[in-house]
Design a protein around this ligand. Structure first.
Ligand SMILES: [Zn+2]
Length: 104
């Protein structure tokens, strides 16, 4: 399963390569066929924003509710790691690649 480049229409991006393209605000990664720089589109932006927001809320709640170091680790750090990992997996398998807007 490969993702389609928005410039040339060729299936040039593997799931991991697609995830590494980053979001709409990043410079993106070049297509191996045409060299056009691609980023993950709006679906990725929304999903990643929501995941990070949830993680942030959990961290704030943790700050007020939990006191021990173990609790702070499990409830304060883990949600952030899960949010980034889940966002990466989403980018690997879902959403479309779009042309990078940002110029180098
Ligand atoms: Zn291409």
């Amino acid at each position: 399963m490969k993702h389609i480049c928005p410039y040339c229409g060729e299936k040039t991006f593997t799931p991991v390569q697609k995830a590494l393209c980053g979001g709409m605000s990043s410079a993106g990664k070049p297509c191996s066929a045409c060299g056009g720089r691609c980023v993950n589109g709006k679906a990725s932006l929304i999903v990643n924003s929501v995941l990070r927001l949830i993680a942030l809320v959990m961290i704030i709640v943790t700050y007020f509710v939990h006191t021990t170091k173990a609790q702070i680790f499990w409830f304060g750090l883990l949600p952030l790691l899960i949010a980034f990992a889940a966002g990466f997996v989403f980018d690997m398998f879902f959403g479309r690649l779009i042309e990078a807007i940002k110029r180098e």
